[in-house]
Unconditional design. Sequence first.
Lengths: 112, 114
Amino acid sequence: QKEVEQDPGPLSVPEGAIVSLNCTYSNSAFQYFMWYRQYSRKGPELLMYTYSSGNKEDGRFTAQVDKSSKYISLFIRDSQPSDSATYLCAMTYPGGSYIPTFGRGTSLIVHP
Amino acid sequence: DTAVSQTPKYLVTQMGNDKSIKCEQNLGHDTMYWYKQDSKKFLKIMFSYNNKELIINETVPNRFSPKSPDKAHLNLHINSLELGDSAVYFCASSSRQGGDQPQHFGDGTRLSIL
């Protein structure tokens, strides 16, 4: 089992839909959780960054962490065609020289 | 003004050749990274430098040699290119080392080996 599992999709939704993207992980030591968005032929860009459990909201985006279930989610409200991209989750330990462990990304297509 | 810039964007070359990829960040960050993204989109860390010092060197063939002339630059030289080296190589930086530091990525260098 990989440390971080993420369904590659593609996930296709109509414009305006609520999108739910998810990752599961096996290492209970992970404390920091990130979501990156990657457009085609571009580098990943940081979208959301959370520490430990709970919710964080930023505009149409909400990141949710459930450490007891080792499950994180990214919700996108009122999805737009411009949200079409690959979404990668990443997670890591605090301090040291630890590098985030990335999921393989979920491809999201929002059609008009 | 691009925060993390890589050159070239595309690199098409033949097996056995030697090539270099350059990366520069203007964010004032201390730590820089090289990642390899394969066709299945997995991002795998290759190297990490903190203030020009190598701090992470994953299991990468020694044909790959990173060089950091200063903390704003991290270059990657690849000798004797092989078919399996075809991938997208991303440079990234963070303000300091530590797993809790968000990373800023360049737009990648697409390497194709013929």
